[in-house]
Design a protein around this ligand. Structure first.
Ligand code: SF4
Ligand code: SF4
Length: 103
């Protein structure tokens, strides 16, 4: 993610990190969680669940920021995220942004 403006205290901001839990058998493969995840953490599994749908899988576990958006948007309560305590998180600060000026 690129920022066009960077807060002066960005190095001190602790970014929440999450673990995604997927309840595969509840999933109906609609793909909402994949399409709307702001960090592109999820992708469609090549496998099938018991209902014959492709559930999501986590492709970039380190990028989850525990925003709960996937949890909120899922119509079947098949996915949720849990916060990783900051002391256990290896990436506790925002990554250094690339300089970019939008006009
Ligand atoms: S909690 Fe947010 S960042 Fe993590 S997988 Fe769900 S939508 Fe993506
Ligand atoms: S939003 Fe829910 S039902 Fe739809 S693909 Fe994701 S986990 Fe499955």
């Amino acid at each position: 993610m690129r920022y066009w403006r960077v807060p002066l205290d960005s190095k001190e901001i602790v970014v929440s990190r999450g673990i995604v839990v997927i309840l595969e058998e509840r999933c109906k493969g609609c793909g909402y969680c994949i399409a709307y995840c702001p960090r592109n953490v999820l992708e469609l599994s090549p496998g099938y669940n018991i209902k014959g749908y492709h559930p999501p899988i986590v492709k970039k576990p380190d990028d989850c920021v525990n925003c709960h958006y996937c949890e909120t948007i899922c119509p079947d309560f098949a996915i949720y995220s849990l916060e990783i305590p900051p002391e256990l998180s290896q990436q506790a600060v925002l990554p250094e942004p690339e300089a970019e000026i939008s006009r």
